[in-house]
Design a protein around this ligand. Structure first.
Ligand SMILES: [Zn+2]
Length: 173
């Protein structure tokens, strides 16, 4: 009797563990139709794993869209100021590269503010996916470099545009 109930408890725990690993696997590499079917059946009757699946979904969603309260407010404020500044600059005809530097600076500020969230998100994803630490840490490095790469690209395009318009102006003069 006792050993039988222990076996049952072990089976239930094994089911939870299987559900847990399938929830993670589903997000990262996908699962087979049979696994999917088993998982749906388990989630239907297991509130605990259902909640876990929901939490995974939520965490991924907020990570993907960065709908985290602090950075969102900060990003909105930064964008607003940037837009105001852009209008200001347009009206007094300052060189546009200053705007690019400003954007670059703002993106670094936003980057620094969101860094702990991105780090935590990548760490979470990395552990979920069972990746070695080095892989998600490299992901963090790449993410950090993105604003600089974009700013450099804008600056490059902007310089090309300015040169072209200067040539055009010289011609008309
Ligand atoms: Zn379960």
């Amino acid at each position: 009797m006792n050993s039988q109930s222990n076996d049952m408890a072990n089976n239930v725990n094994a089911s939870h563990a299987r559900a847990e690993s399938l929830i993670a696997k589903e997000r990262i590499e996908g699962i087979s139709p049979a696994e999917q079917e088993w998982l749906v059946a388990h989630l239907r009757e297991c509130a605990q794993c259902g909640a876990s699946a929901e939490a995974t979904q939520q965490a991924l969603r907020s990570f993907v869209s960065l709908h985290l309260p602090v950075p969102r407010g900060l990003a909105a404020r930064t964008q607003f100021r940037l837009r105001l500044r852009a209008q200001e600059m347009r009206s007094i005809r300052q060189p546009r590269w200053r705007l690019v530097y400003l954007m670059c600076g703002a993106s670094w500020v936003a980057g620094a503010a969101t860094a702990p969230y991105v780090w935590r998100g990548l760490e979470w994803l990395g552990h979920r996916a069972g990746l070695p630490d080095l892989v998600w840490k490299m992901g963090f490095g790449v993410w950090w470099a993105v604003p600089a790469i974009i700013a450099a690209a804008i600056l490059f395009a902007e310089n090309a545009g300015t040169n072209a318009s200067r040539v055009g102006l010289n011609k008309t003069l």
